[in-house]
Design a protein around this ligand. Structure first.
Ligand code: ADP
Length: 591
């Protein structure tokens, strides 16, 4: 998907001043030039216009996650144009998109006859984009601008509350943007006529993994209302599942144990391409101005504050410039997501995950859990984590269908000794992969696809003409890898896997140019977290409400139990965000 960036002002970022342009002759070939560089998901193409003494315009087309790419590129574009400098920092939370933008822009500068090093030396002198904390008191303070935080903010504001949202990274959307799922729902207006999208079946699907009854009931009751709210407020069009995939005699049959899928009974999608969360975050972010929500990015909550009675009444935070800023309110919502990015925390609850990596992209390090625990919150199910069996090493994510080690495995998985260690496949390999620090996927030329080519352009997928050369690129023993491939190719000719249990139709020789990448198992989604009640109020060790403190989304525990049903993770964020918005508004507005 190609997107042209809209250059607009962010709610809390201002351009303080526009400096004088550069010296005449800075650009010896004025005109308009284009260049392309590889971002996180795909190409970032910058088209920039130059006069003799200034960069006068920048337009960008990109394939990045829309909300992240747009926000980062808006910030960078503003900064470059106002400073006429290339000394701009990558936007936190979007470093790869930022890097690609800067690389492509530098190329344009060279084409225009400019000196990149000289422009990197142009000081920004405080004129760069800057967060200005002009409002620090509101009815509600929300920590985290992912699906849960954004939904709660917009809902509470719609009810009439004033809201401040603080976000640690430079972009909004959190890990919600990684979701390719829809939202499991029942009772939405658009679900009329979908016979299986009933509250009973959704409750059953959700309850089988030990979720708390009150939370499941709150979810089911509010799921349809959330869908209706997004439709009515923002005009989002949701589409239900294709009923033909459901067996009418046993609609619940496909709600399986390995991948609790919800059987495709309840999944409501706002985007056929699988970007429901992205669509919802986008429509909310476009409505921020004038909504009564103040958003501060690059602002990291560090501690909750309480009044003398112990009621939570605010948040201390590290401001964008590193100083401390305190936000005060009548109530606080923690919407800080999971803790996949905090490896020590993952291992503290799951020592068996010492070699796990993560596919979480936002800086979700469990801050909300730590802050809540400091004021006495109870946590539940902390060891319950959903794993993603196959994550390429290097801050990336690929759909399982695109990976030769994903759903349709034709590749070989080898360990540090260049030996096969498992039946290759998505789920069966998890245990073996977790037993080592990185494994490697080896595949032949016919498995190369466009998604993998993008990773190759980033240097993550490597290629060579011989097994020995490929092995050297990964620090593996060349002779051992050559033998492993030879043995496998012989197995393919014989029609049987002599070492493990690969099925006959997956026996495909590794031929032509050879490719590979390092991968690991990702800590993907945290089922556990801070215990809340059905109004999203945080509970203490005695399961009593901690006054003034709410939590919603992946930071919470108790709703999922031991497994996350596909579509209920995205739902957790948006549905409980909706519940929190309502509950917070009615508390602070005294209703
Ligand atoms: P959810 O799906 O529950 O909404 P997400 O991962 O989508 O969770 O969003 C969580 C957001 O919270 C991320 O954007 C993350 O950067 C932000 N966040 C995490 N810790 C902090 C913190 N200490 N202060 C401010 N924002 C935070």
């Amino acid at each position: 998907m190609l997107r042209l960036v809209r250059i607009a002002s962010n709610a809390s970022i201002v351009i303080l001043s526009v400096p004088a342009s550069l010296a005449e002759g800075t650009f010896s070939n004025p005109g308009t030039y284009s260049a392309t560089a590889m971002g996180r998901n795909g190409e970032v193409t910058v088209t920039s216009t130059f006069s003799e003494s200034a960069i006068t315009g920048i337009e960008v087309a990109h394939e990045e996650t829309p909300t992240i790419g747009d926000a980062a590129i808006e910030q960078l574009t503003s900064s470059v144009l106002s400073n006429q400098s290339l000394a701009v920092d990558a936007v936190s939370g979007a470093t790869l998109s930022s890097g690609a933008f800067i690389e492509a822009l530098e190329d344009c500068v060279e084409q225009a006859g400019g000196d990149v090093d000289a422009l990197k030396a142009v000081p920004v002198q405080g004129e760069e984009t800057k967060v200005v904390y002009d409002v620090t008191d509101a009815d509600i303070i929300i920590v985290g601008a992912g699906g849960a935080g954004m939904t709660a903010a917009m809902k509470a504001a719609q009810e009439g509350a004033s809201v401040i949202v603080i976000e640690k990274s430079g972009v909004i959307g959190g890990n919600s943007l990684c979701s390719q799922m829809g939202i499991n729902a029942a009772g939405a207006k658009v679900q009329e006529g979908l016979p299986y999208a009933s509250a009973e079946l959704l409750t059953k699907a959700q309850m089988q993994w030990g979720g708390r009854e009150n939370l499941v009931a709150a979810y089911v009751e509010n799921s349809g209302k959330t869908i209706d709210w997004f439709s009515e407020t923002y005009g989002v069009e949701f589409k239900g599942p294709d009923g033909e995939r459901v067996d009418p005699s046993d609609p619940f049959a496909s709600v399986g144990e390995d991948h609790p899928s919800g059987g495709d009974l309840f999944m409501m999608r706002a985007d056929a391409a699988g970007y429901t969360a992205n669509t919802l975050i986008s429509v909310m972010s476009e409505s921020l101005d004038g909504a009564g929500v103040k958003l501060y990015v690059n602002t990291e909550a560090t501690e909750l504050t309480c009044d003398d009675s112990g009621r939570v009444n605010g948040v201390k935070a590290k401001a964008a410039d590193g100083s401390e800023v305190t936000f005060t309110g009548k109530a606080v919502l923690l919407a800080t997501g999971g803790f996949g990015q905090n490896h020590d925390m993952v291992v503290s609850y799951r020592p068996d995950l010492q070699y796990a990596i993560t596919d979480e992209t936002a800086p979700t390090t469990g801050d909300g859990i730590v802050m809540a625990q400091a004021v006495g919150a109870k946590t539940v199910d902390m060891a319950e984590m959903q794993l993603f069996p196959h994550v390429p090493v290097g801050d990336t994510w690929l759909p399982p269908m695109a990976m030769p080690g994903g759903f349709m495995t034709t590749a070989l998985f080898v360990n540090q000794d260049a030996q096969r260690y498992t039946t290759e496949g998505f789920d069966p390999s998890t245990e073996g992969t977790l037993a080592q620090e990185h494994a490697f996927v080896i595949f032949g030329e016919s498995d190369m696809n466009d998604d993998l080519k993008k990773l190759e352009a980033r240097g993550l997928v490597k290629s060579a003409d011989t097994a020995e050369e490929l092995a050297a690129l990964f620090g593996l023993d060349g002779t051992a890898l050559a033998e492993t491939i030879e043995k496998w190719n012989a197995d393919c000719e014989n029609g049987a896997d002599s070492q493990f249990e690969r099925l006959p139709f997956t026996l495909k020789k590794i031929e032509g140019k050879l490719y590979g990448y390092a991968f690991g198992v990702g800590a993907h989604y945290m089922m556990g977290g801070v215990l809340i009640n059905e109004k999203t109020q945080v509970l203490n060790q005695d399961e009593q409400v901690i006054p003034g403190l709410y939590a919603a989304g992946e930071v919470t525990g108790g709703f999922h139990g031991t497994k996350r049903v596909d579509g209920s993770g995205t739902g957790d964020a948006f549905v409980f965000g909706y519940v929190a918005g309502n509950a917070l508004a009615s508390e602070v507005l005294g209703e």
